[in-house]
Design a binder for this molecule. Sequence first.
Ligand SMILES: Nc1ncnc2c1ncn2[C@@H]1O[C@H](COP(=O)(O)OP(=O)(O)OP(=O)(O)O)[C@@H](O)[C@H]1O
Length: 262
Amino acid sequence: MTAGLTLDELTIGYRGRRPTTIASGLHAVAQVGRLTTLIGPNGAGKSTLLRTVCGLQKPLSGAVRLADCSDTTRMRPARLARRIATVGTQIIDPGRLTAREVAELGRTPYLGATGRLSADDRARADWALEAVRAQSLADRPFHDLSDGEAQRVLAARALTQEPELLVLDEPTSHLDAPSRVEFLDLLSTLARENALTVLVSSHELELAMRLSDAIWLLSPDGALTTGSPLEVAASGAVSAAFDRGRLRFDPERFVFDVQSDG
Ligand SMILES: Nc1ncnc2c1ncn2[C@@H]1O[C@H](COP(=O)(O)OP(=O)(O)OP(=O)(O)O)[C@@H](O)[C@H]1O
């Protein structure tokens, strides 16, 4: 197994007038060819961690290392864009562009001074649209797509970027139930078949536990528990972070049960 992403004594948070530390001294590894899902209750710091991993936000201290040990927190944006692709929670508004043209935007970090796409650039975008099963959407205006369709096209744009690390913040939030399963399964397949490291955040705890190769659980106290879904469930950390009221997480079936009174 090869480490595609390593958090190295990473402390995340916010500077400014009211400095806030969200989590400190984090250590974790995401493997190449695996789907790693970051889970945690609202406000635990998932988006903060993902933004820090992608170089969109500076860490308070520590490093985020790629497979060759280079530190993304010190990388220039142009270099970052060739190595990490990210899909945020917001659906973008690219004006009148078609879905194919949006996917082709993923080639931007590789274009020369003319800004013209080569046949290889176009072929890469076509491959990515096919990989996320969005070829049939290619010629449609992006802004006419449903949120779920748009999310698949944005994933294609990220793949077109030929990253070694793909980071998606809540990629299933706009999808219906079967599409959520399908999309996480697709990400797992893409990771495996393309030697890609994939890190996603999700509120779909039960699905994430069933479909991910590895789990990073960020607890409200800033602790990060990592391992296979079985290992993380057995550690009791999922229950500690999510159980409330009569809701209990079953670490063997990966589902929440509502306990009866008495
Ligand atoms: N720009 C900011 N400055 C200071 N604090 C912030 C800033 N953005 C977010 N926070 C705080 O950081 C904490 C973590 O927020 P974050 O959005 O990373 O959590 P999350 O786990 O992604 O939450 P959710 O599941 O609700 O999306 C929260 O307490 C939030 O209020």
